[in-house]
Design a protein around this ligand. Structure first.
Ligand code: HEC
Ligand code: HEC
Length: 120
C-alpha cells in the first residue's frame, strides 16, 4: 500500500512538473498564425529559418520583439513585398519550376551586392 502511495506521488509530481514546463515555454508562435497575407501556414517555421539564413539576420531584424503578427516593423513590410516579387520571378521560368530563392540574391546578406568586387 505504501509503495502504491509513493508511486502515485511520484507520478503526480512528474506530471505537475511537465505542466509547469509547458507553461514556461508558452505555445509555439507557429501553431496559430494570425496575420499571414502571402505565405501558407504549412512549413512556416522552416520558411522563417530560411529567411534568417538567407539574409544572415536574427528574427528581430524583421519582427517586433515578442510579437510576430505585428506589421509595424518596416523590414517585415519590405520582406512581404520581396516574397511577392519572388513569386512573380519564379512564375516566369519556362519549365514552371521555382529556380530563385531569397538566397539567390541575398547570399547571407541583408543588402545584396549590385556589382562584383573590383578585379585584383
Ligand atoms: C526577412 C524578414 C523575416 C525574418 C528574418 C523572419 N521573419 Fe517571420 N515573417 C516575415 C514576414 C514578411 C511574415 C508575414 C508573412 C505573410 O504575411 O504571409 C512573417 C510571419 C511570421 C510569423 C506569423 C505571425 C502571425 O501570427 O501572423 C511568425 C510566427 C514568424 N514570422 C516567426 C519568425 C521567426 C521565429 C523568425 C526567426 C527564426 C522569423 N520569423 C524571421 C518576415 C521575416
Ligand atoms: C531578385 C533579387 C532578390 C530576391 C530574390 C530577394 N531579394 Fe530581398 N532585396 C534585394 C535587393 C537588391 C535589396 C536591396 C534593395 C534596397 O536597398 O532598396 C533587397 C532588400 C531586402 C530587404 C531589406 C534589407 C534592408 O536592410 O533594408 C529585406 C528584408 C529583404 N530583401 C528580404 C527578402 C526576402 C525575405 C526574400 C525572399 C522571399 C528576398 N528578399 C528575395 C533583392 C532580392
Amino acid at each position: 500500500m505504501r509503495k502504491v502511495v509513493l508511486l502515485l506521488i511520484f507520478v503526480l509530481s512528474f506530471s505537475l512538473f511537465a505542466q509547469e514546463k509547458e507553461k514556461k515555454k508558452g505555445p509555439s508562435p507557429f501553431t496559430s498564425p494570425k496575420n499571414l497575407k502571402v505565405l501558407p501556414s504549412e512549413g512556416l517555421q522552416a520558411t522563417m529559418q530560411g529567411y534568417r539564413a538567407a539574409l544572415g539576420v536574427m528574427c528581430t531584424y524583421c519582427h517586433v520583439q515578442g510579437d510576430f503578427a505585428n506589421d509595424e516593423h518596416p523590414k517585415k513590410v519590405i520582406a512581404r513585398n520581396m516574397i511577392r516579387m519572388l513569386g512573380d520571378i519564379n512564375s516566369r521560368f519556362p519549365d514552371g519550376k521555382a529556380h530563385v530563392s531569397c538566397y539567390t540574391c541575398h547570399r547571407g546578406e541583408a543588402e545584396p551586392k549590385m556589382t562584383p568586387p573590383a578585379a585584383q
